[in-house]
Design a protein around this ligand. Structure first.
Ligand code: SF4
Length: 491
């Protein structure tokens, strides 16, 4: 992991330049500083300098002793902000490709929604071929990733034809408790054994927020509901019942096309809890192995066995759940191609209805990052070969890719892909990723996103993450949504 420094003469496009450098040097620390500031003292492997002028941009790279690269691009005086941003990114990307001898699968694309860009092009009347060549020319995306983005955008368009999403909204409900905290977790979930005394007050506040949302959104169809977290099945059967009963009584269930409950951790699943879910119109659940290698499960702090995953999955099947998703993570600490192959073989035997493959993202708040010295001997491996293995396994299970997104600091600069069998897709995932409709979100750390003009403009209303703060300041969480709700009512 390298120590890098980046000097800028303007604040424009700082995030994009930073993200591109990070993508070439994952896990590195980058000190950003500006012209006019005192030079930071440190032992930097590389120093980058961006000089951004009205008609040109210069990108300089120094190693510890010398200038090793200098590139300049001229900018047309007519270029708007978006075009200028593309000039900067292209310049930086090409210089880094030359220095490292490596291209990135998603080229200089720093955004997290590649398929949203493709969908926009298709909606504007471009053909698949035109959209593909625009993606390649604008962002230098590899042919494989261009094909993936085009495939996903087309499937999403087909799936969205099934619902009248333009008039409706979706509901997200967050349960921020888990049986233990995974090494890579950045969601701010809370270990239930230490926080059990806060569950009832939390549910009181959550129910208030849900009632508020239901009353303000009355008259609009609620297309999908997603209870996530955390791990919702950390709640006791009675607590789960209380939550589901309230949702059923407050929201127009006859219009809900999909109702997902994450039962992510097998160590929280019991027959009694699955019976509660079955008593309500829950249509889809997610049981998330992440890996089928016991050593890795132990290392990442999941506190359950591979056999727990198998037995809880089989129990859910026996009880009639006919739409089960499984989440996997590739690039977990200590895992190589052989581990991924083993996980995929075991998943194929289970034959879930959908599978979401995440590339590990080293988030700043995760324990894995906070204690990186402790884990520095452990390797993190992800590659196009592993990504291809996951795609091949999905195909063998008769699943096709249906949604796609990228994250900051994602291993190998790859992507997260949702694969599903026909009619088993998670529509909520598409709606949120493609910013197709408003997502009303309730719970600590939940983020409501009001969507206007078919995703061209969004406003967020964030809830506080801390559970005690959330409970104490619940009125303020409701107030934070008021401006968005008011604007929505004028649409
Ligand atoms: S199960 Fe998910 S939310 Fe819970 S600690 Fe692990 S990664 Fe975080």
């Amino acid at each position: 992991m390298l120590n890098l420094s980046l000097k800028l003469n303007k604040r424009d496009f700082e995030y994009d330049i930073y993200s591109l450098i990070r993508a070439f040097y994952p896990g590195s620390t980058i000190k950003i500083w500006y012209e006019g500031e005192e030079e930071p003292i440190g032992d930097y492997s590389y120093q980058y300098l961006v000089e951004y002028e009205e008609s040109s941009i210069t990108f300089l790279v120094f190693d510890q002793n010398h200038e090793i690269s200098r590139s300049i691009t001229r900018i047309s005086g007519q270029a708007d902000r978006r075009e200028r941003k593309n000039y900067v990114k292209k310049l930086v990307y090409k210089a880094l490709v030359k220095i490292t001898g490596r291209e990135l699968p998603w080229g200089d694309l720093t955004g997290i929604r590649p398929s949203k860009i493709v969908m926009g092009l298709l909606e504007d009347g471009k053909t698949n071929l035109e959209a593909a060549s625009l993606m390649r020319d604008t962002y230098s995306i590899s042919p494989e990733k261009t094909a993936l983005a085009i495939t996903v955008a087309n499937r999403e368009r087909e799936i969205l034809k099934k619902i009248n999403y333009k008039d409706g909204y979706s509901l997200y409900v967050g349960i921020p408790f888990c049986p233990s905290i995974c090494l890579y977790c950045s969601f701010g979930s809370h270990p239930i054994d230490q926080w059990s005394y806060m569950v009832e007050p939390y549910l009181d506040a959550l129910c208030r927020e849900l009632k508020y949302i239901a009353s303000k959104m009355r008259g609009r169809p609620c297309d999908t509901i997603y209870i996530g977290g955390g791990t919702p099945t950390t709640l006791s059967p009675d607590q789960l019942e209380r939550l589901l009963k309230l949702i059923q009584s407050e929201f127009p269930m006859e219009e809900v096309s999909e109702f997902t409950v994450e039962a992510g951790r097998p160590d929280t699943i019991t027959r009694e809890k699955l019976e509660v879910l079955r008593d309500y119109p829950v249509t889809r659940i997610s049981i998330n192995p992440q890996t089928m290698n016991q050593e890795t499960l132990d290392l990442i702090g999941r506190r359950h066995t591979v056999e727990d995953i198998v037995s809880k999955y089989q129990l859910a099947r026996e009880m009639g759940f006919d739409n089960i998703n499984m989440d996997l993570i590739v690039g977990l600490p200590g895992e190589h191609k052989e581990h991924a192959a083993h996980t995929l073989e075991r998943i194929k035997l289970l034959n879930p209805d959908s599978m979401t493959v995440h590339s590990l993202a080293l988030k700043r708040a995760a324990r894995l990052n906070l204690f990186k010295d402790k884990y520095k001997e452990i390797s993190f491996e992800n590659s196009q070969e592993i990504m291809q293995m996951t795609a091949d396994s999905a195909r063998e299970m008769k699943m096709d890719p249906y949604y796609l997104y990228r994250q900051k600091d994602i291993a190998g600069n790859f992507e997260n892909v949702g694969y599903a069998k026909l009619d088993k897709e998670g529509i909520y995932n598409i709606l949120i990723m493609e910013e197709k409709q408003t997502i009303m979100a309730a719970g600590a750390g939940a983020s409501t996103k009001f969507v206007f003009q078919n995703g061209k403009r969004t406003i967020r209303a964030e809830n506080v993450k801390d559970i005690k703060n959330y409970v104490e300041r619940i009125d303020e969480m409701l107030e934070r949504k008021e401006a968005g709700i008011k604007e929505l009512s004028t649409q």
